[in-house]
Design a protein around this ligand. Structure first.
Ligand code: SF4
Ligand code: SF4
Length: 200
């Protein structure tokens, strides 16, 4: 598998690509097609259309303003791209045809590869989810919720456990993960997708 960046050495193709370039240039290059990010007129239509807006640290409009201001660390640590549910409503409503949803994916790619985001809880949650999909072909809700609560929400562990126990006794959730039938086939698809992403 092609690795974007080694987390320990902080070396890899991604780091080389970023050298001497601003974050906004990198995002524009890395987003498939023309991102049209520079065309944003800060009208706010995207944020007003977004069903996840209430949970986001920044609206898409704010995130793009931060990108222009080269606030790299703030952009990479924002939970906004991780709360994007890829509904594309903002993209179809944007008067400037900015590829907002695709840019969210680009920022996530960058955030995953950047060691400065190690404390980003939204990224960690997403990576835990992907880890279960890699290993079992599906999510494992009990493990996902308990691990996230223990790592990031210690004060709410008791409440999460009570909720989990209720779901377990109602047989709405499994105590152990189960693999899908044809995991090797899914693994091949995921492996190829990662290779294609690294080639972009
Ligand atoms: S809707 Fe488009 S132009 Fe308006 S703030 Fe959002 S990205 Fe910028
Ligand atoms: S695609 Fe993402 S950012 Fe755009 S409206 Fe939907 S959830 Fe919000």
């Amino acid at each position: 598998m092609t690795v974007l960046v080694d987390r320990q050495t902080k070396k890899g193709p991604w780091v080389d690509q970023l050298k001497g370039r601003t974050l906004i240039e990198w995002v524009e290059d890395r987003t498939p097609g023309d991102s049209r990010l520079e065309m944003c007129i800060q009208c706010g239509t995207c944020g007003g259309s977004c069903p996840s807006g209430q949970d986001m640290d920044h609206t898409p409009r704010q995130l793009f303003a931060m990108l222009r201001a080269e606030l790299e660390e703030e952009v990479l640590n924002s939970n906004t791209p991780w709360f994007c549910v890829s509904c594309y409503l903002c993209t179809v409503r944007c008067p400037q045809e900015v590829k907002i949803t695709d840019i969210m994916y680009t920022i996530k790619t960058l955030a995953v590869a950047d060691p400065r985001t190690h404390a980003n809880t939204a990224r960690d949650f997403s990576e835990t989810f992907i880890g279960y999909v890699d290993r079992f072909g599906r999510s494992f809700e009990f493990g996902l919720a308990s691990r996230h609560a223990l790592s990031h929400m210690p004060n709410s562990v008791q409440g999460v456990m009570e909720l989990g126990l209720g779901l377990l006794t109602q047989r709405r959730m499994d105590l152990t993960p189960t693999k899908i039938k044809n995991l090797p086939q899914l693994s091949k698809i995921l492996h190829r997708a990662k290779e294609l992403e690294a080639e972009l």
